[in-house]
Design a protein around this ligand. Structure first.
Ligand code: KE4
Length: 423
């Protein structure tokens, strides 16, 4: 008799492409079907069949406080009682904007949107609008959401599913996206030498999380800052993953490099659909209605989502990031050791509360080295861990996420599950 999850997946495939509303959730690359979730709390989720999972995906990053955090839930429910959406300004969006600026002072002005994609898409349009230039430089394997120009050599689900090229994106648009390998400053300098006068911006994940986790090499981010300044291009830090996670102030605080614009998502909404872009006041002044660069959104600054975001950031401001980083380092390090003891080549990349176990012996510093991983071996590891009640990222090109809700018992049970797998 099929499980409830299997029955739901059969129905889902009849109504939604691949049976999901976001490709990586389909678990295709790890050789199994997705499990349908009934509820989540803390560091755990429960499937519709009652299987309890220790969750290291945490909704792909938003749930840094853990699922169903009482303070966030209470704030959202209280806001909801006053109406779900106004389509008019509300106090919470001003308060959240001011709190973001307090935490990330480089964001002198902000604009709320409803997803990370909307934030990055709008930030690039703004960069083009205020520089009058057309080209955008991104990095192989970095993922900035699914706006047309970003789907050139993108990471995340595009890498996971090995989708070739950019079906649906006209060459005229794809050709405006320049590429360089992550951590390769000479390649960036060469692109500026060839196209510098027409490069509106460089957009980068300052802590890359969509080819698996890759840290910026020493000097890489500062080198991008210097090249952008020399050529009059804007530097955009896509902190949709790293914002409020790499440090409370994001990767720009962790690595001490100032972007001109920053994009945010995930954590900023505490699980509700929120994105944000912002930065230098002189640049943001170009955004309508104060300037001519248009961007809009029905649910932007939504009162319920703003309340959840405010509660989330206020709570995070009280937390010990160094302690979580140390717990994540110990946990991921021990997991890597267990796999190596089974004879597996494993490279561990870990920073803050992010980690990726690459099944390779090659140090992973960019997309090309990330692609040396044995994805079949990772798939077997993923399936066996899930059978044992541990939910890892269903792709070798994604990150694992810990949270302030994961307990010592959670880490110990996950390590015990890893000891039991057969690879
Ligand atoms: P959303 O449009 O999915 O809210 O954000 C797009 C985005 C932008 N920038 C970065 C650095 C991101 O990581 C993302 C989205 N991340 C993926 C996971 N790597 C979302 C999960 C999914 O696609 O289902």
């Amino acid at each position: 008799m099929s499980s409830k999850s299997e029955a739901l997946f059969a129905r889902a495939q009849n109504i939604m492409p691949g049976g999901v509303n976001s490709p990586v959730r389909a678990c295709k690359s790890v050789g199994c079907d997705p499990l349908f979730i009934a509820r989540a709390a803390g560091g755990h989720m429960w499937t519709v069949d009652g299987l309890e999972l220790i969750d290291f995906v945490m909704s792909w990053g938003p749930m840094l406080l853990g699922h169903a955090h009482p303070v966030v839930e209470a704030a959202a429910l209280a806001a909801l009682k006053n109406g779900a959406s106004y389509g008019a300004p509300c106090p919470a969006e001003v308060e959240l904007g001011e709190l973001i600026r307090e935490i990330m002072p480089n964001m002198e002005m902000v604009r709320m949107v409803s997803s990370g994609t909307e934030a990055t898409m709008s930030a690039v349009r703004l960069a083009r609008g205020c520089t009058g230039r057309s080209r955008v430089l991104k990095f192989d394997g970095c993922y900035h959401g699914h706006s047309d120009g970003f789907l050139v050599s993108a990471g995340s689900g595009v890498a996971t599913l090995s989708i070739p090229g950019t079906p649906g994106v006209p060459d005229a648009i794809a050709n405006l996206t320049l590429l360089a390998p992550y951590n390769d400053l000479p390649a960036v300098a060469a692109q500026f030498k060839a196209h510098g006068a027409d490069i509106a911006c460089v957009i980068v994940e300052p802590l890359a999380g969509n080819v698996g986790l890759i840290e910026p090499a020493p000097g890489f981010l500062a080198g991008l800052r210097k090249l952008c300044d020399e050529h009059g291009a804007l530097l955009i830090f896509d902190e949709v993953i790293s914002g409020f996670r790499a440090a409370l102030g994001g990767a720009q605080a962790r690595y001490g490099v100032r972007p001109d614009l920053t994009t945010l998502g995930k954590i900023i909404g505490g699980g509700f659909p929120v994105g944000c872009y912002g930065g230098r006041r002189d640049i943001m002044a170009h955004i309508a209605p104060s300037g001519p660069v248009y961007q809009a959104g029905t649910l932007s600054g939504n009162p319920v989502a703003m309340a959840a975001g405010l509660a989330t950031l206020r709570e995070l401001a009280t937390r010990d990031y160094a302690a979580l980083e140390a717990r994540t380092r110990d946990f991921a390090g021990e997991m890597a050791g267990i796999l190596r003891a089974k004879g597996r080549d494993v490279v561990l990349n870990q920073a803050a509360s992010l980690f990726t176990l690459f099944f390779t012996k090659t140090p992973v510093t960019d997309y090309a080295t990330a692609k040396t991983q044995d994805t079949a071996a990772y798939g077997s590891f993923y399936r066996q861990m899930r059978e044992r009640g541990v939910n890892l990222a269903p792709s070798g090109y994604e990150c694992g996420f810990t949270s302030f809700a994961h307990t010592d018992g959670d880490f110990e049970r996950a390590l015990a599950a890893a000891r039991a797998v057969e690879l």
